[in-house]
Design a protein around this ligand. Structure first.
Ligand SMILES: NC(=O)c1ccc[n+]([C@@H]2O[C@H](COP(=O)([O-])OP(=O)(O)OC[C@H]3O[C@@H](n4cnc5c(N)ncnc54)[C@H](O)[C@@H]3O)[C@@H](O)[C@H]2O)c1
Length: 369
């Protein structure tokens, strides 16, 4: 068999099964936009895909009293990846939507790494005076920490109280620190750990200790431990000095919205919930939520969902297709059109068409590994 035919047959053999959960609000607008871009891109790269859509989310809850099917996790585990939009709807408590869908997926599938890259593309309006050169990744611990089920409410009347325990395990902190350190080693070697060990006196000194032990075993990585309040200010004042930031579940969640704001809009921020051992499917969803304030108007910025798709392509072993999609998103960010969150007047459809135009004018690169 010639090398070209061999490459062709290898490419033909690639077939993925991907679960699609658009969810609520703008999730149902930006997910179809991203699929519209993914279909021709993947086919051009010889990647065949079966998209299996699940109608889970708040509407499903209103009809069935639960956020996903009873055997939802058994259905999802069959897929190579999960492509997710957002959940959350006015009238249903946010803790119910989150704990009924996203959190069970993240925890059951041991997606303990939440990767949130933040990169500034020149020309995009930013609230910062000097956003040039922002290129960082937040590695958020995704399955324990402050988001725990331990606690409760007790007492009545003026004596009523609520207790919420944060749970940090040595295994949990070790694995997230190791992932972040390895990631930093492959980049600029600078790892910042977000802490609050001055105020939170049990879990945070423990976090600091374990992170320091792990980084000490990773040559070529310099660790800086910074109190999260000061870190929030530094992210606004000197964002270029950060390379990889490792943070607990809550701190990582807050810092990534802040960092997304610094590059122009939360409508640009991608994220991946990764099971590094690949025992279970990983889940790819933008940082933003369902944005009920703009849902249904056709204005949602689809670029975060498309950048999320790029992270998914990379994870599935198609770095060429991923790079092409990133370049197309960057091209649209540089030259427009732009949705209202970036000061423009374009619709989701306009931006999607512009990304498709960029893709059709680019030269495909080989993507299989
Ligand atoms: N992972 C998730 O599914 C997730 C994450 C965050 C919030 N939520 C849920 O989403 C709902 C709304 O929460 P919120 O308002 O705090 O956060 P949000 O991210 O939905 O919206 C915050 C602000 O950013 C804007 N925005 C967000 N994404 C945008 C996009 N792609 N294009 C243009 N503008 C965009 C919104 O219009 C809003 O003004 C809540 O129910 C919340 O629980 C879900």
């Amino acid at each position: 068999m010639s090398a070209a035919t061999e490459a062709e047959s290898t490419r033909k053999a690639i077939r993925h099964s991907i679960a699609v959960i658009p969810g609520d609000g703008i999730g149902t607008e930006v997910v179809p936009a991203a699929l519209q871009v993914l279909d021709p891109l993947m086919s051009r790269h010889g990647i065949q895909v079966d998209w299996v859509e699940y109608p889970w989310g708040s509407e499903y809850y209103r009809a069935n009293g639960r956020m996903m099917a009873e055997d939802g996790l058994e259905q999802l585990v069959q897929h190579d990846a999960i492509f997710f939009g957002a959940v959350g709807a006015p009238g249903i408590p946010d803790n119910l939507t989150l704990w009924g869908l996203l959190i069970p997926i993240r925890r059951t599938f041991e997606q303990y790494v939440n990767l949130r890259p933040v990169r500034y593309v020149p020309g995009v309006p930013s609230p910062l005076k000097n956003p040039e050169g922002i290129d960082l990744i937040i590695v958020r611990e995704n399955v324990e920490g402050e988001y725990s089920q331990v606690g409760g409410r007790f007492g009545i009347g003026d004596a009523e109280a609520a207790v919420q325990e944060a749970v940090f395990t040595r295994a949990g902190v070790t694995r997230i620190a190791a992932y972040a350190a390895e990631l930093a080693r492959g980049r600029r070697g600078q790892l910042t750990s977000a802490t609050k060990s001055n105020g939170i006196i049990h879990t945070m000194p423990f976090w600091d200790e374990v992170v320091a032990e792990v980084v000490a075993r990773t040559p070529g990585v310099k660790l800086r431990t910074v109190l999260v309040d000061a870190l929030a200010a530094a992210l606004v004042l000197r964002p270029q000095q950060f390379d990889v930031i490792v943070a607990s579940n809550l701190f990582g969640d807050i810092l990534s919205d802040l960092a997304a704001g610094c590059i122009g809009s939360i409508g640009l921020a991608a994220s991946a919930n990764i099971n590094p051992e690949r025992k279970y499917p990983s889940m790819f969803e933008p940082v933003h939520g369902s944005a009920p304030d703009i849902a249904g108007r056709g204005w949602a910025n689809p670029l975060a969902q498309m950048s999320t798709a790029s992270l998914m392509l990379d994870h599935l072993g198609h770095p060429g297709a991923a790079a092409e999609l990133t370049a197309a998103v960057d091209g649209v960010l540089r030259h427009g059109p732009r949705t209202p969150d970036l000061g423009g007047t374009a619709t989701t459809k306009d931006v999607t068409k512009a990304v498709l135009d960029h893709l059709s004018s680019s030269t495909p690169t080989r993507s299989t590994r």
